[in-house]
Design a protein around this ligand. Structure first.
Ligand SMILES: Cc1ncc(COP(=O)(O)O)c(C=O)c1O
Length: 489
């Protein structure tokens, strides 16, 4: 007999449903006020010591009232948000989210279906969203796809299919010993680090990643690529995959997709496109031609939490050859048998197209967002981000104390402050200080990178709340802070 056998049954639902309703409404009200007023708020604030102490407590043994838990959230967590909901958040490449997307997540969480197998509505919404993703990217309708947590997962999913379908397709069964020599993946030095990590995880190893140089616009240098391919073939290696990037993380450069596609055909390589950031710029007529060839890639990874502004997390992998996709992952243990009818009927298990078995209903926030706004509105918003980046570059080039550090591609603008008499080391310190002050004063959040050895402010705009005037304010504040620092030194 267990010690609890004499106690009545319990559950985790609220003791008082009416009180929970009031609390839930309060949460929604607070969120609406937050979004509505976000422009007037500081973008970021340092986390006080007492907050960090509060967030470093032992596990609670006993519960508290829901109202108390929510008050603690409001006091210790809500005010110290990262800031990517703010109109002047430009760090890394991070989307803003939308109210409807957020409520989509709330509803998905409330329904709480495990969206992997079975006959239930979430499976059909998931399939619908994957089909919409194909349509957004102009992929054939027979292609397959899967929603995953983000670009990194989308890339490793695609590279796994590429690896498993190499050669006699025995790698899934026998592991890499089925390959007669070292397999090689080709990408540029500007490729996102998740490609290298993926290569390490799928057994190709760092040594199997050939990072090829770029031109002065930070785009894949195809002549260097061909020379490396020839040398590797001569040496007996097995090139199997070429990765082009549709919008590099540093500068937004678009690799020469048409040429990469041709080379992949010539050398029999799997052509994968990492479009985590930039593939959705296909919706902007200015960038659509440069991205046309990604429609013919063997696989494509892209994020919906970046340029579709959907709340975290959601990315997508598309695979041209659905059979190869399924063959790379499908498995049906006894406890996952499919039926013709009933709850275990319905669509093919999504687990047959990726690694994860348990999956949330992330498709709902995408479905609701796309229905709320439609493709045209997204095309407008993406083009708006691109125009704002170009406008920022214009402001930079007009000012003698600002220097553009890379050609502007899509919505990334890299620049720094310069001043007569300051050497490279001084400029690095000056621009680092500008960056930190912008963040600490709660004005704006660019991030930084190093381009050609020079420290650079980096403004990556996938923000649905940014206005043109935010770019003017950013430039004004960079110069104000910079001049103050120069005057102090
Ligand atoms: C080009 C590129 N690839 C991959 C990723 C990784 O995507 P995620 O952060 O969604 O995993 C990023 C993220 O910024 C990216 O810019």
């Amino acid at each position: 007999m267990s010690p609890n056998d004499h106690l009545p049954d319990q559950n985790l639902d609220p003791q008082d449903w009416d009180a929970m309703r009031i609390l839930g409404h309060q949460m929604v009200d607070d969120l609406i006020d937050y979004w509505k007023g976000i422009r007037e708020e500081k973008i970021w604030r340092p986390i006080p010591k007492e907050v960090k102490t509060f967030l470093n407590q032992p596990i609670p043994e006993n519960g508290q009232l829901p109202e108390e838990v929510y008050q603690e959230f409001k006091q210790y967590i809500f005010p110290y948000n990262k800031g990517n909901v703010h109109p002047r958040f430009f760090a890394w490449i991070q989307g803003t989210g939308t109210p409807m997307g957020t409520f989509g997540d709330l509803l998905a969480s409330g329904m709480n279906p495990n969206t992997a197998i079975g006959e239930h509505s979430a499976m059909y919404v998931d399939r619908q969203v994957v089909n919409w993703c194909k349509q957004l990217m102009n992929f054939p309708s027979e292609a397959s796809g899967i929603l995953v947590s983000g670009g990194s997962m989308a890339n490793i999913t695609a590279l796994t299919v590429a690896r498993n379908s190499f050669g006699e397709e025995k790698i899934r069964q026998k592991g890499l010993k089925a390959a007669s020599a070292q397999l090689l993946i080709y990408c540029s030095v500007e490729t996102h680090s998740c490609i290298q990590k993926a290569a390490e995880i799928i057994g190709i190893g760092t040594d199997g990643v050939r990072k090829i140089g770029v031109n002065e616009r930070f785009e894949f240098d195809v002549e260097l690529l061909k020379a490396q391919l020839e040398a590797d073939l001569q040496a007996g290696f097995l090139p199997f995959c070429l990765v082009g990037t549709a919008g590099t993380v540093n500068t937004g450069a678009i690799d020469p997709m048409e040429e990469l596609l041709e080379i992949s055909k010539e050398y029999g390589l799997w052509f994968h496109v990492d479009g985590a950031y930039g593939a959705l710029a296909k919706l902007d007529p200015i960038y659509a031609p440069a991205l046309k060839a990604i429609e013919e890639a063997d696989s494509l990874a892209f994020d919906l939490h970046k340029w579709l502004y959907v709340p975290y997390e959601v990315g997508c992998t598309l695979i041209r050859d659905a059979k190869k996709h399924r063959d790379a992952f499908a498995i049906t243990p006894n406890y996952l048998l499919r039926e013709e009818r009933g709850l275990a009927g319905g669509l093919d298990s999504i687990n047959n197209y990726g690694f994860e078995l348990s999956r949330g209903f992330k498709a709902l926030k995408v479905w609701m967002s796309l229905k709320e706004h439609g493709r045209e509105k997204y095309a407008f918003m993406i083009a708006q981000n691109n125009r704002h980046a170009a406008y920022l570059a214009e402001l930079v080039t007009k000012h003698p104390n600002l220097e553009l550090m890379a050609p502007v591609s899509m919505s990334i603008t890299c620049f720094r402050m310069v001043y007569p008499g300051l050497g490279e080391e001084d400029l690095r310190e000056l621009n680092r200080e500008i960056l930190l002050c912008l963040q600490e004063e709660g004005i704006a959040s660019p991030s930084s990178t190093i381009l050609n050895g020079k420290f650079t402010l980096r403004v990556a705009n996938v923000n649905q709340r940014t206005r043109k005037e935010d770019m003017e304010l950013l430039v004004r504040e960079v110069l104000r802070i910079g001049m103050q620092k120069i005057a102090q030194d």
